[in-house]
Write a protein that binds this ligand. Structure first.
Ligand code: 6PG
Length: 469
């Protein structure tokens, strides 16, 4: 091969291997690198044609094989490994080369890396890649942030590799510095929220409607043909149909109710707190993973307290309420995540286009859903919308579902079925749409014990009262 390869990829794990094969299949020549000789050999054999896709364990050879300016994606675990890979690549790179970190790196790490590499003339992108192994192979949603000028050089490759929604690629330049990693972090926060909500609805239908896994499979399959159409509803239906290989039962009933996490949901919540933006549907989904981890304590506590016996509800009525409540709370979760993005854009100077973000989430990523087309349209109509709840088209969608959400939450609470995601989504809605909240009392209390002052409803100014005088 005389001319250098178009694209380089470091880290031939599941994501890396699938992504490089995807790029090669789109007609770009691609070269991989991994320390593990077995992974290198596996890629070469799977790729078939070494002129199209090949790999090496040797970093110097790897860089040499690429055409300048080099476009190298890193798909390695977030954290120190990213820095180690950057350091080992640096001696072979030249000014103008482009590095793209495709992992779930923390956004401030990306800012530091970009500044460090800028001094050396290297362009650095933090690009969230969503869609799991299958997405990486068939087309993920890609969320890049970094130097706008360098983006033009990687754009054709990323657009070819990305998922397509009605022919449009699910990738776009999102903003400077860590904009891409930040957007991916909030994508994951929303992912946590939607997963929590789906799991609550599954639990509620099972316990409250005595529905079998096979009936539940049919319900989620049906929902996936309507306004709830989404990747997460689709996989929920598939999970419910899966038989267990080790027993005669269904696999879902054998899986331990203890959820793990790698941190992106928690980061979303933590940063939302820093920004002062409420994202309670996301916060609670992180807390629920934490509560789930306390399995032994939960078993102990379960023996100490009486729970109400569940009064089952007529199946059709329950299923209808559940569909409406899930639709309602999905909207609340997207609204909170997008609100956070709008604020982060101001705080960190990302200049995010919220409509564009919703657009590139319509296919390829884990939170892809039919409602993202409606969200895109709402922001295209008014790109300065502070919150999705204020979009006239969404008022029409939300309003008819609120009663069902209330009924379902009421039913769950009375019967002791935990529905914290649904409750927080409903509470968020009730609070956000309240023109009067009881926080006047909090201001009075603050002023009472700490002279923190308060404002008044009827006149301008800052006031303090001698409460005990
Ligand atoms: C994606 C996912 C992915 C994430 C997993 C696991 O968009 O493809 O968000 O990036 O790593 O979902 O996350 P947790 O282990 O934290 O659940």
């Amino acid at each position: 091969m005389e001319q250098g390869y178009d694209f380089g990829l470091v880290g031939l794990g599941v994501m890396g291997r699938n992504f490089i094969l995807n790029v090669a299949e789109k007609g770009f020549t691609a070269f991989g690198n991994d320390l593990d000789a077995e992974k290198v050999a596996a890629l070469i054999s799977e790729g078939g044609n070494e002129n199209q896709v090949s790999a090496t364990t040797n970093l110097a050879t790897f860089v040499e094989k690429l055409s300048a300016p080099r476009k190298i994606m890193l798909l390695v675990p977030a954290g120190k490994i990213v820095d180690a890979v950057i350091e080992s690549l640096l001696p072979y790179l030249e000014p103008g080369d482009i590095l793209i970190d495709g992992g779930n790196s923390f956004f401030t790490d990306t800012d530091e890396r970009a500044a460090y590499l800028k001094e050396k003339g290297i362009h650095f992108f933090g690009a969230g890649v969503s869609g799991g192994a299958k997405g990486a192979r068939l087309g993920p949603s890609i969320m890049p942030g970094g130097s706008k000028e360098a983006y033009a050089k990687v754009q054709p490759i990323l657009e070819a590799a990305a998922a397509k929604y009605q022919g449009e690629p699910c990738v776009a330049y999102l903003g400077p510095n860590s904009a891409g990693n930040y957007v991916k972090m909030v994508h994951n926060g929303i992912e946590y929220g939607l997963m929590q909500l789906t799991s609550e609805i599954y639990d509620l239908l099972k316990k409250g409607g005595d529905l079998s896994n096979s009936e539940l499979h049919d319900i989620f399959t049906q929902w996936n043909t309507g306004r709830l159409q989404s990747f997460l509803v689709q996989i929920t239906s598939e999970i419910l149909a899966k038989k267990d290989d080790l027993t005669d039962g269904d696999l879902i009933d054998m899986i331990l109710d203890r959820a793990k996490q790698k941190g992106t949901g928690k980061w979303t919540s933590q940063n939302a707190m820093d920004l002062g933006i409420p994202v309670p549907s996301i916060d609670i989904s992180v807390s629920m993973r934490e509560i789930s981890a306390l399995k032994e304590e939960r078993i102990q506590a379960n023996k100490l307290y009486t729970r109400p016996s569940i009064e089952s509800m007529e199946k059709t009525a329950l299923i209808d309420l559940a569909e409406e409540a899930l639709y309602f709370s999905f909207i609340m979760t997207y609204a909170q995540g997008l609100h956070q993005l709008a604020e982060a854009s101001k705080e960190y100077g990302y200049q995010l286009d919220i409509g564009l973000i919703a657009k590139i989430w319509r296919a390829g990523c884990i939170i892809r859903a039919a409602m993202l087309a409606d969200i895109t349209a709402a922001f295209e109509e008014d790109n300065s919308l502070p919150n999705l709840l204020l979009a006239p088209s969404f008022v029409k969608k939300i309003e008819p579902t609120v009663v069902a959400a209330r009924k379902l939450v009421g039913y769950g609470i009375t019967n002791g079925i935990p529905l914290p995601g649904l409750v927080n989504s409903l509470t968020y809605f009730d609070a956000y749409t309240s023109n009067l909240l009881p926080l006047n009392m909090i201001q009075a209390q603050r002023d009472f014990f700490g002279s923190h002052t308060y404002e008044r409803q009827d006149r301008e100014g800052i006031f303090h009262t001698d409460w005990e005088g």
